[in-house]
Design a protein around this ligand. Sequence first.
Ligand SMILES: [Zn+2]
Length: 286
Amino acid sequence: MTLPATTRFAPSPTGFLHLGHVVSGLYSRIMAGESGRFLIRIEDIDTTRCTPELTAALREDLDWLGLSSDEPVRQQSRHLLQYQAVLDILRERRLLYPCFCTRREIADAATQTAPDGSVVYPGTCRHGASHADREPVWRLDMGRALDVLQQVPGWQELGRGRIAGQADAFGDIVLARRDTGVSYHLCVTHDDALQGVTTVTRGRDLYEATSVQRVLQELMGWPEPVYAHHALIMGADGQKLSKRDGAEGVRALRQEGWTARLVLDHPLVRQALAASFIPADRRPDR
Ligand SMILES: [Zn+2]
């Protein structure tokens, strides 16, 4: 556990930096340890929601906080061809198929819900489909993928041990979206492998996604990282804090006169970190 780790903080610039980001960034920095590597990656493949202005603002706020990457910041929108190359490999192995269904058609035909709460695709296009007027999404044939792997891969969760994967309960997930041509699961696993990330740190809202991402890692022969999902900032009602309360935005706090040190030490940030797994030798206030 005390081996040097490579961690990453991978925000999507769909808005300004908020305290949830601060928890994630700080947690990743802490989990890298003093001799590890801490990387920042901008996950901006959704170019309609992630604008250059928001990316610049996010990076400026991170600099102000003193959260700096040990290597040049990787920006996903600049590497789309790398993700396309992975899709080509999976397509060649007949692990992907085009799906022409609309959201509505899927909702009407679906009967199951995945562990992350999403609708399980009913498999309508799995054995061949075409549609002259529609662009397809590309789905992973999960049954075939798990046959190839001959297992449902699990993962190592720090502080908890080996977790059983549930990829079979997700069905045929989308790996290439209609609008971006790629997907979150594809880009995140590719980049973690490329950048040598050994410890994937992120919020507990992405815990279930690990099942699916482990399948991609195994299919592509990428190394298996360990995972550490941190607690989320909770509102007074026990629900995940949303952005509706502008007061938690780092920009707003700056304008009110907060220093970077005070923001990093914000009671909500402390509370979330206290509820997360951190090895004793990496606790910041030990
Ligand atoms: Zn379909």
